[in-house]
Write a protein that binds this ligand. Structure first.
Ligand code: COA
Ligand code: AMP
Ligand code: ZN
Length: 438
C-alpha cells in the first residue's frame, strides 16, 4: 500500500476527473444491476416496476429504478436481499431491536476488503500515517464504528487501539500510556473525555500527543467542532457513515475541513425532496439517496438514508473531484441518536405497551447534563398504585427491557394517569432538550 508523501492513498481512484468518475460509475452500476438480479427481492422489484437492467443506459436513467428503504430491509430480514450464497458471506452487522425486526447487512470477504480500503483512504486523507497511534472509542460488536475503523486503520498501518466504548478513565490512561495521536469518538463523547481529563488534572494540549480527532455518528455544528478542537488541541474531521452502506468510510473531510468527500467510485449520490422524491436543484438540501456500486453480498439501489444534507458547490483545493456533502442537517424520519446509538420512538412504545400496568401515554425526554446524554421515559400507570415495592420492581423491569431493546439505559418514571399533557388530541412523544455543552 502506498503510504508515502502522495496526497492520495489510492491515486487511481482518488485523483479521477469527473468524466472518469462518471464512466466508472456507469460501468459499476451495470455490474451491480446484474448482481441485484440474483436476489429474489430485486428480481421481484424490477418485475413489478416493469424495468430491466438493460433499461439503465446512462447515469441519469437511475431515476427509473425504485427506491429501497429500511422497511424493505426489515420486511426481508434476515437474508432476503442477499445476492450470493451464504457460504460466501463472512460477516453480518445488525441494528438493535428485539421487539421489531432489525435490519441486517451482509458482507463477503471482498466487501470487507473494499470497506477497509475506504476507511483507510479516509484516515489517510486527514493526514494520518503509519507511526500514528489510533484509539477507537466506538462500541465493537454490531456497531460498525468498531470493526469498521479497526480494519481501516490497520489497513493503513496505524497502531490501532480497540479501546471500545465507555471506561473513560481507562481511555485516558491509554491515551497517556500509549501516546495516542488520533482518536475516533462521537462529538458528545469527545466532550466527556475532556471533562474527565480535567477531573484527572490532565491538560490534553500539554500532557498528551493527541493531534487528530475523527468525529461522526451524530449531528454536530461547526461551532461544536471548533470547541472540541480548542479543548483537546486537535484537528477534528467530520466522518459520515451508516451500517446500510457498510459503516464508516462513506464520506469524510479532507485537510480542508470543508465538507465530506463522498467516495463516488463506491456510491452514486442523489439528493431528493423527501416528500415528492424528485431530485432537488443542485446545491439544495434534501434527502440523501445512495446506490452502492461495488458491493457483492448485498448491493442496495437508491437507498433512502433519511439523512438531510446537500452537495457543496465548487471544487475542493485538495485535488479530489469526489463531491462533498455538507454536514448533516437532520433526518426525514423520527430516528433519535443518543450516545451514538440510533433509536426509534416506536421501539420504546412497543416495549412499554407489553406491560399491562401501563397506560397509553408516554414522554421521552433527551437531556445532556455534564456532557452525558440521558434519556428519561415518563409513562403513565393505568391505575393508581400505592405499593411502593411493586412500583420499584416494575420500574426496574421496564428499564431492563428498554435497555435490551435500545442498548442505552433510560431513566424510567412511572407517573399517574392524566399527568402527561396531550395537546390537540395528539401527544408529543419526544422532547429533545439537549444543549451544546462543549
Ligand atoms: N462512545 C464511547 N463511550 C461512550 C459513548 C460513546 N458513544 N456513550 C457513552 N459512553 C460512555 C460513558 O461516558 C460511560 O463511561 P464513563 O462513565 O466512564 O464516562 C459509559 O460509556 C457507560 O455509559 P452510560 O451512559 O452509563 O451507559 P448506557 O448503558 O446508557 O450506554 C453504551 C451504553 C455506552 C455502552 C452504549 O451507549 C454504546 O455502546 N454506545 C456506543 C455507540 C457507538 O459506538 N456507536 C457507533 C459510533 S460509529
Ligand atoms: P449507523 O447505521 O448506526 O452507523 O448510523 C447511521 C446514521 O448515523 C446516519 O444515517 C446518520 O443519521 C448518523 N450519522 C452518521 N455520521 C454522521 C455525521 N457525521 N453527522 C451526522 N449524523 C451522522
Ligand atoms: Zn478535499
Amino acid at each position: 500500500m502506498e503510504t508515502g508523501s502522495s496526497p492520495f492513498l489510492h491515486p487511481q481512484y482518488e485523483a479521477l476527473s469527473r468524466p472518469e468518475i462518471e464512466a466508472l460509475q456507469l460501468e459499476r452500476l451495470h455490474d451491480t444491476l446484474l448482481q441485484c438480479m440474483k436476489s429474489p427481492f430485486y428480481r421481484k422489484r424490477f418485475a413489478e416496476s416493469g424495468i430491466s437492467p438493460q433499461d439503465i443506459r446512462t447515469l441519469d436513467d437511475i431515476v427509473k429504478i425504485p427506491f429501497t428503504t429500511k422497511q424493505d430491509l426489515r420486511d426481508h430480514y434476515p437474508f432476503g436481499l442477499c445476492t450470493v450464497g451464504l457460504d460466501r458471506v463472512v460477516r453480518l452487522h445488525s441494528s438493535s431491536g428485539t421487539t421489531g425486526k432489525p435490519t441486517v447487512i451482509l458482507h463477503t470477504r471482498k466487501d470487507l476488503d473494499q470497506w477497509a480500503d475506504a476507511v483507510a483512504r479516509c484516515l489517510y486523507m486527514t493526514g494520518l500515517r503509519p507511526g500514528d497511534i489510533f484509539q477507537n472509542t466506538s462500541g465493537y460488536g454490531m456497531f460498525t464504528g468498531g470493526l469498521g475503523f479497526q480494519y481501516g486503520a490497520e489497513r493503513l498501518g496505524l497502531l490501532t487501539v480497540p479501546a471500545a466504548a465507555g471506561n473513560t478513565r481507562r481511555q485516558i490512561k491509554f491515551i497517556m500510556d500509549f501516546g495516542t495521536t488520533a482518536i475516533h469518538a462521537i462529538p458528545s463523547y469527545a466532550g466527556r473525555l475532556y471533562e474527565v481529563m480535567e477531573e484527572m488534572g490532565i491538560d490534553p494540549r500539554r500532557d498528551t500527543r493527541l493531534k487528530t480527532l475523527v468525529i461522526g455518528a451524530e449531528p454536530h455544528s461547526e461551532e461544536q467542532r471548533r470547541r472540541i478542537e480548542q479543548m483537546l488541541g486537535v484537528k477534528a474531521y467530520n466522518s459520515f457513515g451508516m451500517s446500510e452502506m457498510c459503516g464508516p468510510g462513506v464520506a469524510f473531510e479532507c485537510r480542508e475541513q470543508n465538507g465530506m468527500h463522498i467516495w463516488e467510485d463506491y456510491y452514486i449520490v442523489e439528493i431528493v425532496d423527501p416528500v415528492t422524491l424528485e431530485p432537488v436543484p443542485e446545491g439544495e438540501v434534501g434527502e440523501l439517496v445512495l446506490t452502492t456500486i461495488n458491493r457483492e453480498a448485498m448491493p442496495l439501489l437508491r437507498y433512502r438514508t433519511r439523512d438531510l444534507t446537500r452537495i457543496l458547490p465548487g471544487e475542493c483545493p485538495c485535488g479530489r473531484h469526489h463531491r462533498r456533502l455538507d454536514r448533516m442537517k437532520g433526518r426525514s424520519d423520527d430516528m433519535m441518536i443518543l450516545k451514538g446509538v440510533n433509536i426509534f420512538p416506536i421501539q420504546i412504545e412497543t416495549v412499554l405497551m407489553q406491560f399491562p400496568e401501563l397506560g397509553n401515554e408516554y414522554l421521552i425526554t433527551l437531556t445532556n447534563e455534564d456532557a452525558n446524554d440521558m434519556m428519561t421515559v415518563e409513562v403513565e400507570l393505568k391505575e393508581f398504585h400505592d405499593d411502593y415495592q411493586r412500583l420499584q420492581s416494575l420500574t426496574r423491569e421496564i428499564t431492563r427491557q428498554l435497555k435490551d431493546e435500545i442498548l442505552v439505559t433510560p431513566q424510567v418514571r412511572l407517573v399517574p394517569k392524566g399527568s402527561i399533557p396531550v395537546t390537540d388530541g395528539k401527544a408529543v412523544r419526544v422532547k429533545d432538550l439537549r444543549k451544546t455543552l462543549i
